[in-house]
Design a protein around this ligand. Sequence first.
Ligand SMILES: N[C@@H](CCC(=O)NCCCC(=O)O)C(=O)O
Length: 264
Amino acid sequence: MRPLIGISCCQKPFGIFATPNHAASDTYIRAVRGPVAGTPVLLPAAGEDLSSELLPHLDGLILTGSRSNVWPGHYEGPPHAEGTPEDLQRDATTLPLIRAAIAAGVPLLAICRGMQELNVALGGSLDQRIQDLPGRMDHSTPSDQPVPRVRTGKAHAVRIESAGALAGAITAESRRAARLAVNSLHNQGVQRLAPRLVAEAWAPDGTIEAVRVEGAHAFALGVQWHPEYDWERDIDSRAIFEAFGRAAAAHRAARSGALAQAAE
Ligand SMILES: N[C@@H](CCC(=O)NCCCC(=O)O)C(=O)O
């Protein structure tokens, strides 16, 4: 049996009546069916803590990227600029789910907005527009490039902590180089790092690009870039998903063993 991988959804208006729906990009589904070797399960932005109902059935959790942003009230930040997209229902679902998944030892891979949620869920804060800060790069989606290029192209390099969880997940060649080239589609980023998080990768301007959860019982990694866009061409993106998949498969085996023991 493949491990069950929860994928966080956003609440988005669909159709002529702009009816709220729950959605995640197909790129996450394909990554789970491919290098993760799991079964994807979409988790709705239900607006409430579903941890106790969901986590006993999940072997891994992917916190997805999104144009929307974590509500600043969750980290005592200033209100967003007018028109900045938010998703309060998603926040209300993912922030407690992240804390519970870490406590329960459910493997977790947090991507872009997901890494920002991880930082906020554990007590950190966010800068809302990195590009406006002195000495910082513009990490956002360039408006002058075709979208496919932005997603599958490389925007900048990141320096990697050579003895961390990310280094253990990527290829030996990139580990030795302590460097990766990544895409970049974000305005926000880590301001105050949460107490339990350890920074593991940095952009040239110092922006934190990857974190691990210190003392986590299982795989617990966040990345600010999007490996789901280019894992079919980028061996390190693929390796990150494969490492997460191995952790989810181990969780599945342990969970199956526990279920079998309980049935005796
Ligand atoms: N909104 C946050 C997080 C950015 C993010 O997750 N980007 C992915 C957008 C989805 C896409 O365009 O493919 C921020 O701006 O920092």
